[in-house]
Design a protein around this ligand. Sequence first.
Ligand code: ADP
Ligand code: MG
Length: 249
Amino acid sequence: MNELQIKDLHVEVEGKEILKGVSLDVSKGEVVALMGPNGAGKSSLGCALLGHPAYKVTAGQIILEGEDVTKLPTNERAKKGLFLSFQYPSEVPGVSMANFLRTAINSRRDKKNPIPVAEFIKQLKEIMKMLKMDESFMHRYLNEGFSGGEKKRAEILQMAMLKPGMAILDETDSGLDVDSLKVVAEGINKLMNPGMGILLITHYQRILNYIKPNKVYVMMNGKIVKSGGAELVHQIESQGYESIKAITQ
Ligand code: ADP
Ligand code: MG
C-alpha cells in the first residue's frame, strides 16, 4: 500500500510558484530517494508535506494512508504518522532532548496512557547506543550547541523514538564526516521496517552508497523530471544533473 501519495502538487511561497505539479509515491517498507540540485524545491516539498504555513498548496493533493491530509494542520499530520527531519534542525533552548521526545511520543498516545518513564529511558538508551551518541545528550537542550553531525543523529534518534509510518529525511547526510555518515546510514538501515516508508531527500549521492533506494525521483526546477531505479544515482554521480535534463528534454 502507498503510505504517501503526492498528486500533482503545486506550492507557492510568497506568491511565487516553487513546486509546479509534483507527483510521487512512497510505499511502506520502501526507501525512496528524491534527488536534485540546489534550489530544485526538495526542502519546499518537505515543508509543504508537513503543512508549514508559508508553503501554500494551490493545487494537488497529499494523501497519507489513503486519507487526504492536504488541508490538515501540522500536528494532525504528525499524529497520523508523518515525520520530517529538517535540513537545518532548530535549537530549542530550555527543553531537554529527553523531555522533548517524551512529550512528542505522548502527544501521539492516548492521554490516559503515557509511555512509562522506565520504558522510555530504556528505549532511548538503546537507540542512543546504536547511534553512538553519548547518554549525556538526553539531558542537553535540544540541538543547542550540537555540532552539525550531532544534530543529524538527534533527528534520527527522534525518528527511532517516534516510529512514524512515513519519514521524510531532508539532507540527512549534509555536514557529516565519513564516520558519522556511516553511523547515521547504518542507523537508518536498522530502523527501516515493513511498517515505515522513507523519503530520503539528498542533492548528493554519497548517502546512497550506504542506503539502497527502491526508487529514485529526480527533481529540477520544481518538477519531477525523471524517475527510475538505483541506476539513476550512478548516472547522476558520473554525469551530473545536466545529463538527466538532456535526456528528458
Ligand atoms: P532545495 O531543497 O531543492 O535546495 P528549496 O526547496 O530549499 O530547494 O528551494 C527552492 C526554491 O524555493 C529556491 O529558489 C528558494 O529560494 C525558494 N524558497 C524556498 N523556501 C522559501 C521561503 N521560505 N521563502 C522564499 N523563498 C523560498
Ligand atoms: Mg534543501
